[in-house]
Design a protein around this ligand. Structure first.
Ligand code: GLC
Length: 397
């Protein structure tokens, strides 16, 4: 175990929350409840040291799964009055987060080959992905939608300015604004199908749908492993369909862009953010797309001292200290570095990994960082920033 491993593990243990029937790692600092994609990231790291706990953490995610298959982005295993107060529900939010749980479950299996775990989690995963692919893809174009900026995990990104008349207003009172956006859902009791009908914010995101395609591929491997051959074939086909939709429908000729739905039509969100690099993870990316992405990466994102900024510095509202508005986040680098490996771009990946490690060494496992100075920002001892440990283990030799 390296010194970095030890520090990461210490942090994840410090942030551990255990009860009679729940086990998870809190994100850190002010976040004490269980967040969906955070837990998936924790599992990616914990699988190397404590796969037993990682499995319990992933299974705990499904504690409040609903009959529709829905799994909340935020689960309250205690202090449930907070859920009641914030969401008008008993133990969770009614929103989702990036659907990366099958990817985490498969990674966990690769660490210790526990087929019993796969058998236990598979039916829950299957119901969840069925929900994402049907209820959350109401126009059946093979791209699911987020119904609220919080669902994306990139809370205050410049991508969402279209919903606020292009104003920078998200910098002020954004919490209140975002909370107000949940009220119509609360009024209809968070009934997911109806939410889809009444939502004013509907976004088909590049990163979310790319990660969905990856997870469906992994779900297919899980099904195969436990002997569900026919279902494995179905999930594989669905993974390919989602991949194709990302590669064809979210490409604007120069980069990948999110789109939003308004009055029955799709509008591209022409912002410059690193969501565009997620499809590097997809096997079907064309050479032309790859070339354009690499040029963009080199020109707009890598020249800052500590990439990747979550908005290109060429964006008018780029803010190097702003929450998801230019700051560097470890989980985003995590996927882009893996994408670069996938495309055999070892040198660019090594450079980005090296700079990511320097950030952690200088500023610690902070929540996010100033891309110009490397200054650590947000919470300290932030659990998913330990993802660098998993990256070092995945690094191709
Ligand atoms: C913030 C982040 C979100 C994350 C959560 C807990 O809301 O924007 O992505 O899941 O904190 O870390």
């Amino acid at each position: 175990m390296t010194d970095l491993d030890r520090k990461a593990l210490e942090l994840l243990k410090k942030n551990r929350v255990e009860g009679p029937d729940f086990w998870y790692t809190r994100p850190g600092g002010k976040y004490k409840h269980q967040f969906f994609w955070d837990s998936c990231f924790h599992a990616q790291v914990l699988r190397h040291f404590d796969p037993a706990f990682a499995k319990k953490e992933l299974l705990t995610l499904f504690r409040f799964q609903e009959p529709s298959g829905f799994v909340p982005h935020l689960s309250y295993h205690f202090d449930q009055w907070e859920a009641q107060f914030l969401w008008g529900r008993r133990h969770s939010s009614g929103l989702i987060q990036p659907p990366i749980v099958a990817e985490a479950a498969w990674a966990l299996y690769e660490a210790d080959h526990d087929t019993a775990f796969l058998k236990e989690i598979y039916p829950k995963l299957a119901r969840y992905y069925e929900f994402i692919l049907t209820v959350r893809d109401h126009d059946q174009d093979h791209l699911f939608s987020y119904l609220h900026p919080w669902e994306s995990g990139w809370d205050q990104s410049i991508e969402w300015e279209f919903a606020f008349h292009g104003r920078q207003s998200l910098n002020r009172q954004w919490r209140l604004r975002f909370w107000l956006m949940t009220l119509p859902f609360r009024r209809i009791g968070w009934e997911q199908k109806r939410m889809m009908e009444i939502a004013s914010f509907k976004v088909e995101s590049v990163d979310g749908n790319t990660l969905l395609a990856i997870s469906l591929g992994d779900l297919s491997k899980i099904a195969e492993k436990i002997g569900e051959k026919e279902e494995a074939g179905e999930w594989r086909k669905r993974a390919e369909t989602v991949e194709k939709a990302v590669l064809e429908d979210l490409w604007d000729g120069k980069q990948f862009v999110d789109r939003y739905l308004t009055l029955g039509t799709h509008q591209m969100i022409k912002k410059r953010t690193p969501v565009t690099f997620f499809p590097l993870l997809l096997p079907g990316l064309s050479d032309d797309q790859k070339r354009k992405l690499l040029t963009l990466l080199a020109r707009q994102y890598l020249p800052v001292s500590f990439p990747l900024p979550t908005a290109s510095p060429s964006e008018p509202h780029f803010n190097p200290r702003g929450y998801w508005r230019g700051t560097t986040w470890i989980n985003i680098n995590y996927y882009v570095i893996r994408g670069l490996w996938e495309k055999d771009e070892k040198e660019v990946a090594a450079d980005l990994l090296e700079k990511t490690l320097t950030l952690i060494q200088r500023s610690g496992f902070r929540e996010y960082f100033n891309p110009l100075t490397g200054e650590g920002l947000g919470e300290r001892d932030f659990s998913w920033s330990t993802l660098v440990v998993d990256l070092l283990r995945r690094r191709p030799r």
